[in-house]
Write a protein that binds this ligand. Sequence first.
Ligand SMILES: NC(=O)c1ccc[n+]([C@@H]2O[C@H](COP(=O)([O-])OP(=O)(O)OC[C@H]3O[C@@H](n4cnc5c(N)ncnc54)[C@H](OP(=O)(O)O)[C@@H]3O)[C@@H](O)[C@H]2O)c1
Length: 319
Amino acid sequence: MPKLSDFELVISPLQPPGPGECLVRGVYLSLDPYMRGRMDDRKSYAESVQVGQVMVGQTVGRVVVSHHPALQPGDPVVGNLGWQEQAVVPAKWLTRVDPGRESLSTTLGILGMTGLTAYFGLLRVCQPRAGETVVISGAAGAVGSTVGQIAKIKGCRVVGVTGSQTKASYLREQMGFDAALVWGSEPHGPDRLAAACPDGIDVYFDNLGGSVTDAAVALLNLKARVAVCGQSSQYNLDRPDQGPRWLRNLIIKRAKVQGFLVWDFEEEHPRALRQMRDWLRAGKLRNREHVVEGIENAPKAFVEMLEGRHLGKYLVRLA
Ligand SMILES: NC(=O)c1ccc[n+]([C@@H]2O[C@H](COP(=O)([O-])OP(=O)(O)OC[C@H]3O[C@@H](n4cnc5c(N)ncnc54)[C@H](OP(=O)(O)O)[C@@H]3O)[C@@H](O)[C@H]2O)c1
């Protein structure tokens, strides 16, 4: 688990933007679990951040100075500016966004990477059908709560696994889940999951890994689909913990397990975002954000996010 002393806040001069570059002032910084992986010196799908470098992160902000014809001062843009209030970056790193009547913050959450992860992980990887049982781990997080809502739109029965009674009530009462159960300190987790899924599990959307996943795999139905989106329970372990060896159950159930990255579907993002916006405006999707003020609070917020104490999408307001 990262500590506050692992971070340093540095004030440094900005170089003026050169040809093809823009100066951008950040408005919101997204905090996401993948950042923990970038702090490890381990081979992954992306480069690690080296000690002393600016921490990576997606920001939505506004162009202040543009030396590129495609962007004008004032334009709202999303880009990987890192944990910085302002940054000078090549214009090609930036995507102009149109938040419409939604808040700029949604372009990092439900109408951004988070929403797209839920959309493609559920609809493309798992292909749920009406009446099927969908189980989600890390269900009260930004991705999990969106997955559950999309599954409800598709007519599925949705069961969330979460970290506290408050979160379980939130999932049932505000996010429309059919059932939500608490994992962790409460005993008999696998039995309670089985009781919440009397017809077994057709789709398992995994944000967590660990013992929840072991229990879910034991309940899979014939031809079940499992999307491996995240493994949050493993990110702070030096060595992965050893669970039951359950691959045999995949043979018996002819189940499919697929890891995916939201970027695998990049060409289809615009169409998916239109659909998500329509659902949001029709009141079929609810958006929940947890906003912390000021970049100086980002390290504390990041640790809290890894502890899973929040509900919804974690953001830092920069300006
Ligand atoms: N594949 C992709 O392209 C992609 C894209 C974005 C995110 N992800 C992954 O998706 C997962 C969810 O992301 P998110 O943005 O929704 O994050 P998030 O808002 O931080 O939610 C994660 C949730 O997981 C639970 N959790 C976190 N750490 C835990 C721990 N150590 N032990 C037990 N429970 C823990 C908490 O929920 P509960 O209390 O409800 O259990 C937390 O709210 C992450 O693993 C992330 O890496 C993958």
